[in-house]
Design a protein around this ligand. Structure first.
Ligand code: NAG
Ligand code: NAG
Ligand code: NAG
Ligand code: NAG
Ligand code: NAG
Ligand code: NAG
Ligand code: NAG
Length: 418
């Protein structure tokens, strides 16, 4: 169980002052002056937590309904987010049954490409990413996804019949979705978390043996980066040659994160069938949010995510035929974070030392980069990757950075995929 330190809280609180002021009674007299600002912002509350097992526990899939009274350790129970309408291009057919059968089908040889399907342009309510306060609030929502909810035995089973003898607990490995909704259930924000990102975000509480998904998602060929590394799939053929179909099947395997995400999305949309969904997440959770957001054409704000474009291509996710600057996958990160920048590799890096093969360099969608090295004199270090650092960073800038496509980016160019 992790707590945000008081200093961070203070900074986050000052930064989120307008939002907090509405909840703290003795600040109520400030309401009038704040009204103009918050008029376009809706208040979100945590409603449910989904936990989906991975590995041998892949059939465990449960939901915890969060009591109305629940307040986070950050002292906040409501999150204010402002929105803007945006012209978004996405598949006309996007329901889970269609997408999942498409994803299963597309990995077959000679499958027709998704570009042959129907795209539509529609106005979609998206987070106002120009607003530092909204961005900071999304970062705090992802931070809260790291924090435990009160001990509870009220998990309900969804999906596969639950095998009691397997046991189930908060700390079990898996992928988690924290589901926040506004008062009217119009917009639902799902903050995605994967446990293995704790290597980079905890205070020493490392999940040492849960690297399989990271090494599958962000390495060129099953983490076969030297002969001494344990590989996470058997796709390596010979020197710098890797089997493409083998990689695609490995990423889509039922016991891996991506399939767990699909289940969480399916269950969230069945609870909130008419809501607009937004996704967010930090680190591995950010990459997973981006993969899920691309699958369903859903606006996604990721923080310090390791580059996931290669995984999106290997999963055959839809890339809409529009200029990249119209993407609604926003990757926020900073220049002092080697994991986000795709440079946490090579024998002397913290990732290599930790057994993480973080070889990819390209994000899908847009990159929105805070130049903390230049502006704030931060040193390049994995500590700049932490969500706490991100919350402080957003608060320290008056505006949000521009979002651009890195068009010159290429992953794993020295490998041949056959
Ligand atoms: C939305 O974007 C698409 C492609 O970028 C364009 O063809 C379409 O005209 C736009 N629609 C509106 C209403 O702006
Ligand atoms: C989005 O945020 C910016 C910066 O705070 C603000 O100027 C703008 O009015 C917001 N847009 C909407 C539609 O609320
Ligand atoms: C939740 O997802 C699982 C796996 O996709 C599915 O079997 C189950 O029917 C879903 N439950 C609800 C309530 O949507
Ligand atoms: C439940 O899990 C236990 C332990 O893995 C296994 O021995 C048992 O056969 C399982 N029961 C069912 C009904 O799947
Ligand atoms: C599966 O769940 C059991 C019981 O909660 C736990 O002890 C075990 O570590 C889990 N296995 C994996 C691979 O997560
Ligand atoms: C919002 O959805 C929840 C289900 O999670 C339901 O209990 C609640 O009544 C809904 N509220 C509105 C205003 O529709
Ligand atoms: C994308 O870039 C084109 C020119 O390259 C510009 O006309 C268009 O307005 C941009 N769209 C967005 C959403 O920024």
């Amino acid at each position: 169980m992790r707590r945000l330190p008081p200093l961070t809280l203070l900074i986050a609180a000052v930064f989120a002052f307008h939002a907090l002021a509405l909840q703290i009674p003795f600040l109520g007299n400030r309401l009038d002056s704040l009204e103009a600002h918050t008029r376009t912002a809706a208040a979100f509350k945590l409603r449910h937590v989904f936990h989906h097992g991975i590995g041998t526990n892949a059939t465990l899939h449960r939901r915890l309904d969060v009591p109305e009274s629940h307040a986070f350790e950050t002292g906040t129970s409501e999150f204010y987010l402002s929105s803007v309408s945006k012209n978004v291009t996405r598949l006309s057919q996007r329901d889970p049954d269609f997408m999942e059968s498409y994803l299963a089908y597309t990995r077959r040889p000679n499958a027709i490409k998704i570009t042959d399907f129907d795209w539509i342009h529609e106005d979609v309510c998206t987070p106002n990413i120009s607003d530092p306060e909204t961005l900071g609030t999304l970062a705090r929502m992802t931070a809260d996804a790291y924090v435990s909810v009160p001990a509870s035995n009220d998990w309900v089973d969804v999906g596969e019949p639950y095998n009691e003898t397997l046991g189930f607990g908060w700390d079990d490995k898996g992928v988690r979705g924290h589901v926040f909704a506004d008062d009217e259930n119009k917009t639902v924000v799902v903050a995605i978390k994967g446990t293995s990102s704790t290597l980079f975000d905890s205070d020493g509480d490392t999940v040492a043996n849960d690297k399989i998904n990271d090494n599958l998602l962000f390495s060129c060929c099953c983490a076969r980066i030297s002969y001494i590394w344990t590989t996470v799939c058997d796709c390596y053929q010979k020197s710098y040659t890797c089997s493409q179909t083998c990689l695609e099947d490995a990423l889509y395997a039922e016991d891996k994160y991506y399939r767990g995400l699909l289940d969480i999305y399916r269950n969230t949309t069945s609870l909130y069938p008419t809501a607009t969904i937004w996704l967010t997440g930090h680190s591995l959770g950010g990459s997973m949010a981006a993969l899920l957001g691309r699958t369903y054409g859903v606006p996604t704000v990721a923080f310090e995510a390791p580059p996931e474009r290669l995984a999106a291509q290997r999963l055959h996710l839809p890339f809409p035929p529009v200029p990249a600057n119209e993407s609604t996958i926003w990757h926020y990160g900073n220049t002092a974070d080697p994991i986000f920048m795709g440079i946490c590799n090579g024998p002397s890096s913290a990732c290599w030392v930790g057994g993480y093969a973080m070889e990819t360099q390209c994000h899908s969608g847009l990159e929105c980069i805070y130049d903390t090295v230049k502006d704030k004199k931060w040193h390049v270090s994995v500590s700049s990757h932490r969500i706490k650092a991100v919350i402080d960073m957003i608060a320290a800038y008056n505006s949000t950075p521009p979002c651009v496509e890195r068009s010159d980016c290429q992953d794993c160019f020295d490998w041949e995929f056959v």
